[in-house]
Design a protein around this ligand. Structure first.
Ligand SMILES: [Zn+2]
Length: 383
């Protein structure tokens, strides 16, 4: 399917039109193409910007988040003036400024088993810019079921990966990773950090692959996993084979989407109390105790000093997680101790460690300072 180009478009895309492998015919294909970008974050930013600039006619974007100050270190779709605005509104404005000839279709939702087939079904190609395993498996399975190419990218700290999944004779994400890692074993970018320019590298590679797929030129990353190390600046390509026993693309035993949170072991928000035998206290409960000047417990913050400098709860004592073992002698085992961190993951580790060292009255602050900010004091900065 092709589309006709107006004189304004011919002028705009002049550098493509003189490229032998693109030309007017290729540019018409780009205009007729429909690409879905899952996530308007670190990867989705360069992907959407370059696809829009290149003249991909219809860009769908799925996201449900709001622009946060801590996004701007890498999510170049959004600017300082967009903080607090929905990422989709911010993305649409920026993309239409880059190229008003592009149609931006926004899907303000979390991609779920209930909506993925319907949303992905409207597009020719999917670019996966998600930051979690559950959505990545969901995107993969939906693309395989629908027969859509899935341009994969992922980033962690200084390392990235990219590939193209879901082509008829190529492997899929499950061929590479049949099982998700144990829940909590791989920190998220929020917990582990990410080098700000890295999603720029990986996302630009994803945009390149999507454009090649539309044009039908070159050799895509299907059947190869590109591994990128930004610190050594080494790029390696591993050969990936389609696994005949893959339940998605091999045996095709997966005939419908499943519960991906359950598959990936993501705890249900209603079941956060007493995870792994660590008692919890909610921010609201803690705030009530502080408000009545209850001095029967110690509040220990296990985050790093730079996080403490962004925001902390008055009366807490800072002991970064790595210093907890050495600090145990300074803590009173007989008193109740509440541990806290950003989201409750690191402090649960600290609580388990303390319990195994004879502390019997440890409680974890559920949801950490992020939930404190939401439930108790919105003036506390989120990051
Ligand atoms: Zn597969």
């Amino acid at each position: 399917m092709t589309a006709t180009l107006t004189p304004d478009e011919l002028q705009r895309y002049a550098r493509h039109l003189i490229l032998p492998d693109v030309g007017v015919e290729g540019q018409r294909r780009l205009k007729a193409a429909r690409v879905l970008v899952v996530g308007a974050g670190g990867l989705g930013s360069p992907v959407a910007l370059y696809l829009a600039a290149a003249g991909v006619g219809t860009l769908g974007i799925v996201d449900f988040d709001v622009v946060d100050m801590s996004n701007l270190q890498r999510q170049i779709l959004h600017g300082t003036g967009d903080v607090g605005r929905s990422k989709l509104d911010s993305a649409r404005a920026r993309l239409l400024d880059v190229n008003p000839f592009v149609r931006v279709e926004t899907h303000e939702a979390r991609l779920t088993s209930a909506n993925a087939l319907e949303i992905i079904g409207r597009y020719d190609i999917v670019v996966d810019g998600t930051d979690n395993f559950a959505t990545r498996y969901l995107t993969n399975d939906a693309c395989v079921l629908l027969g859509k190419p899935n341009v994969y990218g992922s980033i962690f700290r200084f390392e990235g990966q990219a590939s193209v999944f879901g082509l008829p004779d190529g492997p899929c994400y499950r061929c590479l990773f049949p099982e998700p890692p144990p829940a909590g074993s791989v920190p998220s970018c929020a917990e582990g950090g990410v080098f700000g320019v890295l999603p720029g590298i990986v996302g630009t590679i994803q945009a390149t692959e999507a454009i090649k797929l539309i044009l039908g030129i070159g050799e895509t990353l299907a059947g190869r996993l590109l591994l990128i190390d930004a610190l050594s600046m080494q790029f390696r390509a591993m050969t990936l084979r389609k696994d005949p026993s893959c339940p998605a693309c091999g045996t095709r035993t997966i005939k419908a989407l499943i519960d991906y949170d359950e598959f990936c072991g993501v705890p249900n928000a209603d079941e956060v109390h007493d995870i792994d035998h660590v008692a919890e206290i909610t921010p609201t409960e803690l705030a009530a105790r502080i408000a009545r000047a209850d001095a029967s417990f110690d509040l220990i913050d296990v985050r790093e000093p730079y996080e403490w400098a962004i925001a902390h709860i008055d009366g807490a004592r800072l002991i970064p997680l790595g210093q907890i073992p050495a600090s145990l002698p300074s803590l009173d085992k007989t008193r109740e101790i509440v541990v806290m961190c950003r989201s409750g993951v690191r402090s649960a580790d600290a609580a388990r460690f303390m319990q195994s060292n004879g502390f019997t009255r440890v409680k974890n602050l559920a949801g950490g300072i992020l939930r404190w900010s939401t439930d108790v004091d919105p003036r506390v900065r989120r990051y």
